[in-house]
Design a protein around this ligand. Structure first.
Ligand SMILES: *[C@@H]1O[C@H](CO)[C@@H](O)[C@H](O)[C@H]1NC(C)=O
Length: 331
């Protein structure tokens, strides 16, 4: 008896992602929309990354973190989007067992890294605004690198217990995952074993890795606001606030969707509603970050404009030269 059960468990080598489910006629439409969103996300974040690293005026801690954040967003959305896009076309997309676990691991790691990086960015703003004289000595390049590395390392360590426990869960014959990527909850649903321990440990870990950065972010902004309120001139107030307003919007959106997703009563939540919420934090938030920073931040806007002018000036003469060479080469 035991043997056959064992045999059944090891037989499961792949899962099937059902995507958004049966939405006849909608697939192509959704595919096009989300392909466009994914493209905008990639291009936008790459532009920020290039702008921040090319312009020497932007070689400051704030823009170092912004570049790192954009780099993260590219991988964060890439961990789910391509597979998700395929589920829209097939509605029956196979993913190997290890691929499913890997997807969940990378997605989880980068979500945690995002929380930590957002907290670092607000801590950086807090230092710059409340301690402007000592800021450059405290936040030197080495410290920035170490803080960013700390965010990435803790992000990639945090989901490991969950991954190890999930690997050891039994999976029997049910292999259809009612979601567009391998998130923890839909994977737990198809396991035929006891998922209590995994769920509880994950909940504890998730609470720590979101609450600590969240409280750090709140504390930084409370300090920032109280410092700004003490600045006597309106002009000075505006100037100080303008350096952190873009970040404040990104933070609010990120935690806003997170709270929205987790505070919504799970019992009354239908699978479809769940998927809609997931779309918010897997696809929508990575897209808005570059938009907010490039629309609201004058320094980024100016650098971007300079960079584009430089590129177009570069490519036009080089094209003209190439034509010239061709002429000379083939008389
Ligand atoms: C992000 O931070 C890490 C850790 O300090 C660093 O190794 C990496 O080069 C940074 N990446 C970018 C694109 O800034």
């Amino acid at each position: 008896m035991e043997k056959t059960v064992e045999g059944n468990q090891t037989a499961l080598t792949e899962f099937i992602l059902l995507g958004l489910g049966e939405l006849p006629g909608m697939y192509i439409f959704l595919f096009v929309i989300f392909l466009a969103i994914y493209t905008v996300t990639l291009v936008g974040n790459m532009l920020i990354l290039v702008t921040v690293s090319c312009d020497r005026n932007l070689h400051t801690p704030m823009y170092f973190f912004l570049g790192n954040f954009s780099f993260l967003e590219i991988w964060y959305t890439t961990s789910t989007s391509p597979k998700m896009l395929r589920t829209f076309l097939t509605a029956h997309e196979a993913i190997p067992f290890w691929g499913c676990i890997a997807q969940f691991y990378f997605f989880g790691s980068m979500a945690v890294t995002e929380c930590f990086l957002l907290a670092m960015m607000s801590y950086d703003r807090f230092l710059a605004i409340s301690n402007p004289l000592r800021y450059t000595t405290i936040m030197n390049f080495k410290v920035c690198m170490q803080l960013a590395a700390g965010c990435w390392i803790s992000g990639f360590l945090a989901p490991i217990p969950t991954i190890v426990l999930t690997f050891r869960l039994p999976f029997c014959t049910a292999n259809k995952i009612d979601h567009f990527f391998c998130d923890l909850a839909p994977v737990m649903k198809v396991s035929c074993g006891d998922t209590h321990v995994v769920k509880e440990i994950t909940f504890m870990l998730a609470s720590v890795v979101t609450m600590v950065p969240f409280l750090l972010t709140i504390a930084s902004y409370v300090k920032i606001l109280s410092t700004i309120l003490k600045i006597p001139s309106t002009q000075g107030k505006k100037k100080a606030f303008s350096t952190c307003s873009s970040h404040l919007i990104v933070v609010t959106l990120f935690y806003g969707t997170l709270i929205f997703v987790y505070a919504a009563p799970t019992a009354s939540q239908s699978a479809t509603l769940n998927k809609m919420f997931s779309l918010l934090y897997t696809v929508a938030t990575p897209m808005v970050n570059p938009i907010i920073y490039s629309l609201r931040n004058k320094e980024v806007k100016d650098s971007l404009r300079k960079l584009i002018t430089k590129w177009s000036n570069h490519s036009l003469p080089s094209l003209a030269m190439r034509k010239d060479k061709i002429h000379h080469g083939n008389p």
